[in-house]
Design a protein around this ligand. Structure first.
Ligand SMILES: [Mn+2]
Length: 419
């Protein structure tokens, strides 16, 4: 891990300006009329610069464990799903990463720190902006800003739910394949869980019936593609059991079948045993859209947090979207928990300081993928037909073989949209 930290520090020495520019430009979009777009837009960052961030951040992920051990105070955020305005809304509400929050009620101020629970891409339409800004903050604040992996940080999902379409649409022909693949390689380096103050377990979906020792998480090697089953899949995919039928409860107090058809559903008994075994108090997870933005279940031992407000399903071109609030959880230094909820920027009318043209739906194109379109991806076949476990490794080998030549061939990135 030491060596990776050094790699990361070297990377930052060379690329600090890029990281700062990426953050500055993203935040400007809150107050300036113009654009929500950062990548491949005038004044923004180029495709190559996005890839530079994406490569640099891998050594930072590897320098820290697969199971992060964090302390409060820290703000925990759920799914973002490409809704860049929600991400900015969270920072607007809870403080910019690394900055001092204003003191309230006589309490001392503190630096805003964050833990995100995954699902950064798909569904929404500003995936590239979300990824770029999260990566930039992650690089800028390596010990105050953390990202976990969600089930959508996997090419098996994000080639079908919007991210690949966005890459296709916004990145020029000869680069889009590389961007999509390289970002997914980086996703394969993300840690999958965190424990705050030794008491609060955080992950995208939940935990696993096969998890009897936390070292099982720590020992998962990276880069790691997401497999369809196993401990890692359960942590990223599972949900709490819900009972509409009291008779069903009898059978699913421990573990049930997950309605998604993947991983498991955990009942209250399973939660009690899990928390007791590891001396924990609470599971905080994301993964499900909740009307109020948050939901306590299983005797308040499981908290779901969802941070994409008015969450768009894939069919939002038909005017279908949820009318949910977004929420975040603020955990204090003594582990007391405070939930904040919010509605989209574009529903608020009293913020004069915010750009008037924030309409989320303007310019949004329905990200559809149909079977016939898959034909276009024939050149991915060699990659996608493989077992995900080998895919990552092979991609790395290819990358190395190409080495410096590839950089030369790449030339200066002058995409369609750049000045
Ligand atoms: Mn999810």
């Amino acid at each position: 891990m030491e060596g990776h930290r050094e790699e990361y520090e070297n990377f930052m020495r060379e690329n600090e300006n890029l990281v700062n520019r990426c953050i500055r430009r993203s935040l400007r979009s809150v107050t300036q009329k113009n654009s929500w777009k950062l990548v491949n837009e005038p004044g923004g960052i180029t495709t190559e610069e996005l890839l530079t961030l994406s490569r640099g951040i891998r050594s930072l992920f590897l320098s820290q464990p697969m199971l992060l051990e964090l302390e409060g105070p820290i703000t925990v955020c759920g799914d973002i799903h490409g809704q860049f305005d929600d991400l900015l809304n969270v920072f607007y509400m809870c403080g910019l990463p690394g900055t001092e929050k204003p003191a309230k009620n006589g309490k001392p101020s503190r630096r805003a720190r964050y833990l995100f629970l995954g699902d950064y891409v798909d569904r929404g339409y500003r995936n590239l902006e979300v990824v770029a800004l999260l990566f930039a903050f992650r690089l800028k604040h390596p010990d105050d800003f953390f990202l976990l992996r969600g089930n959508h940080e996997s090419y098996l999902l994000n080639m079908s739910f919007g991210f690949l379409d966005e890459c296709k649409e916004r990145i020029r022909e000869d680069k889009k394949r590389r961007v999509f693949l390289e970002l997914n390689v980086t996703f394969n380096h993300l840690p999958i869980s965190a424990i705050i103050g030794k008491r609060i377990f955080c992950a995208h979906g939940g935990f696993s019936p096969d998890l009897y020792d936390l070292d099982q998480i720590r020992s998962i090697r990276r880069p790691q593609a997401l497999r369809p089953s196993g401990v890692m899949a359960d942590i990223l995919w599972s949900d709490p059991c819900r009972f509409s039928n009291p008779n069903a409860e009898f059978f699913t107090r421990y573990w049930g079948v997950n309605k998604r058809g993947t991983a498991v559903a955990y009942g209250q008994k399973a939660v009690d045993l899990f928390l007791e075994r590891f001396g924990l108090d609470l599971v905080v997870r994301a993964h499900e859209c909740i009307l109020d933005g948050y939901l306590f279940e299983h005797n308040m031992k499981v908290l779901t947090i969802f941070s994409a407000s008015y969450y768009q399903e894939l069919r939002s071109d038909l005017g279908q979207y949820h009318t949910n609030r977004g929420a975040v959880l603020e955990v204090s230094a003594d582990l007391s928990c405070n939930i904040k909820t919010f509605i989209p920027f574009w529903l608020t009318s009293d913020r004069d300081d915010i750009s008037p043209d924030l309409e989320r739906f303007a310019g949004y194109k329905h990200a559809s993928i149909c079977i016939s379109e898959l034909k276009e991806y024939d050149n991915y076949k060699d990659v996608f037909s493989e077992n995900p476990l080998y895919w990552t490794l092979r991609y790395f080998e290819e990358d190395e073989e190409m080495g410096d030549d590839q950089e030369e061939e790449g030339r200066e990135d002058k995409g369609f949209f750049e000045d």
